[in-house]
Design a protein around this ligand. Sequence first.
Ligand SMILES: [Zn+2]
Length: 989
Amino acid sequence: MAAFRVLAAVLSVCCVCVLVEGKFMVYNTSGGAVSGKLNVHLVAHTHDDVGWLKTVDQYYVGSNNSIQGACVQNVLDSLIPALLADKNRKFIYVEQAFFQRWWREQSDLVKKTVKKLVSSGQLEFINGGMCMHDEAATHYIDMIDQTTLGHWYIKRDFNVTPRIGWQIDPFGHSAVQAYLLGAEVGFDALYFARIDYQDRAKRSGDKKLEVIWQGSKSRGSSSQIFADAFYAGNYEPPTGFYYEVNDDSPVVQDDMDLFDYNVQERVNAFVAAAINQANVTRSNHVMWTMGTDFKYQYAHTWFRNMDKLIHYVNQDGRVNAFYSTPSIYTDAKYALDESWPLKSDDYFPNVIKLCIRYADRINAYWTGYFTSRPAIKGYVRVLSGYYLAARQLEFFRGRNKSGPTTDSLADAMAIAQHHDAVTGTEKQHVANDYAKRLSIGYEECPLLNISYCPATEVDLSVGKKLAVLVYNPLGWKRTAVVRIPVISENLIVSDYTGKVILSQLLPIVNASISKRKFHASAYTGGSPSSTPKYWLAFTAAVPPLGFSTYVISSGQSSASTKLIPKTFDGSQTGGIEVGPGSLKLIYSGTDGKLTRYINGKNSVNISLDQSYSYYVGSTDELQASGAYVFRPNGTYPIQSGEKTPLTVFRGPLYDEVHQTINPWIYQITRVYKDKEHAEVEFTVGPIPIDDGNGKEIVTQIKTKIGNNKTFYTDSNGRDFLERIRDYRTDWDLQVNQPIAGNYYPINLGIYLKDKSTEMSVLVDRSVGGSSIVDGEVEIMLHRRLLHDDGRGVDEALNETVCALDTCSGLTVQGNYYLRFDPLGEGSKWRRSFGQEIYSPFLLAFSEQDDKWTNFPTPTFSAMDPSYSLPDNIAILTLQELEDGAVLLRLAHLYEVGEDKDLSSLATVELKKVFSNRKINKIKEMSLSANQERSEMERKRLSWKVEGSSTKPATDSRGGPVDPVKLVVELAPMELRTFILDFSSNLVQY
Ligand SMILES: [Zn+2]
């Protein structure tokens, strides 16, 4: 009996087996939107950070998994069979830095399969840049470059152009992203997740999460975009619908022969979540973001569950679910023909609530990362200007067919724009990886700022000469002081005609020498072989898009001045006047503080005070100050003692004022003979932490300007936006953090004004700043913190440098620039000098022997000698492409109404810009140059704005370019992108 029972049991199990095999289930996933129903668009996606806790390569190959179990290769490998299993399944992919790594490794067969998936719409590339760039700490030129690079790859490999902006993780959203990197690259919509929690609450209640965003008042409706802030503030599925292998959401169990059958329960949960979302979303379409960071490493689990959800939810019939993409979702919204609320300005700054575990999120302003890792931010900006200039030189010389090109720098710069790269919110080892990538391909003296440049430190007393080639990447003639470290003192500088020109020698102070020794050792691994004694300075005058050569040789001349420092110890009565030209700075003779700024040229005479202070970073366990979050716990002025000794170097070209503010802040202020601004070089660090406090260092410039809470900061270095202290345009602000909550990102500058005067401060990198009290500008220069702020990076922002057997906190050196103007006259300086800060002279050095007398080409300009670009136009890109065509981008630098003369239509004569070459063909392109502009405009969706008339968008653009005349017009803030084909008969320069 027993044996029979066992046999029967085995048989019945076998019967069950047969039965199970026989009930293969086909899920109906074929549906689309159904009118009259609530449509749930399931958008399958993965968010793959191009470096954060691991480096970009570690994320790609899946190494270093003890930090984070993430392997992008697994995502892409598993995705393809999962999509092939059902033609209704869809997926979007975003980060081209990863996709390109994967694509290079695939067989022809896989490539063919993937191309089919792309052309059928199952796999769609959205956003399409190399990374999902940050929007606060990035410069618009870098955003354009990295987007262009990714879009080109997609165009080259798949012949498609992304339609959708997908900025789901950056910690705030900029006006430039909306109008320039959104509308002007041809996107029909822009999706993102992170906005301030107060803003979100208001918008949710008013059903205004979806808007038409006009990011630029100059470009207006011609560059507007549909923009949607995700209702939940994240880019994840609703709770309970996560399907990565180890996720704890309930899978859909629809096999009645197994335990835990839960179809109805899951359908009910699905319907409830959909209705919840529909309550804050306009129309009967909602999007579910089915994925999050590094998901789909085993894509089948997600698709298996979504197949079932779609099948059973649609069988249930209360709501309608289907596989979708942001493009399909956008088209569905557009097809409704509704009007949407208008949004201007931007989404900064933010308190972002991430996790309900933390109750105290009202203090979590994500404004620390505007300044975090200031050295990397500075490095990125230096290389940005260098990359622009290097591509110009590559074009003039002809792109190398084999051998070095600017491509590796392009790649490193693109990755560095990621929202955990230039932001400073990555782990230290990842920050090191970005810096290493950037250093490859950078050929100038990288430590010139700390007077380390072996090429110039040659002994010229033995009959040698040093040729200095000074390249000007701007389209207008430019004169500026060049400074290089030298070891000899009897030197003269000649221009290319042999004429000796004015120069000055400034002794390098001891404080600088020790910094130089430490950092040069950290950089080279050994001690520098020589020690320069002086900075040699001379004025270089360089034609547009061209170079001039100068020769440094030993000799003595009245034109060469060795400066003698004069130190004031505080016993001086009256003021100390500094400045060889029209600008004079007056310092107090008793306490050494800056007291007055007088410009004889424009009659500005203003009293001011400049100081430093620090915030102690909060260590509150609910919310500490950290890499992302700025949460100050008290402000402390940095006292330089009762008296600040001043050391003044007076020279014919410029004066320098040296001040030791405290043992870890050194400041040099330069006043040039021919400039009307003051240049302040700050050296901050190592920030002491032996008192157990993390510190965030700021400088303040105080005046009596009555700016009435109002100030202006740039959006990614382009448009200036009005900021009002303790106020937001879109909601009634509850002020919880009066300092951190008024901080804004600054990439170009900050200014404020009253009825008579404007004060402008321009910066050399991305920083955070504000006007915390009337009349005052504050910028944050450096941060060193001892606690993590609980946003995932799990490290304190405590940067150190090790060399010569010691490690110390990172020292940061940089510049800011200060100028006052009569009301209405400040923008000329902010725009044209701002462009000069971005694009400094590029220097190249060549040591020559005594017999050498002349240059083959001592001076050069690509332009017609009688021509230069108008003052309101800059060349953003001049680049030879792989196929020999040339990419040209021109930008109008002024906004509507910004300047009485320069906010006007400007023209560029291309024949004169390229005076030695013949342009055969010109094609105007979209901003990322992946489609013709006419094509982009033809396809672009034209959204309607609530309350406005239905007339078509006004388009204040320059007219079409006549292929014979080749004159380009640009309206205020317009940016135009062209592909040029030159005749092959190059005129040799
Ligand atoms: Zn991210």
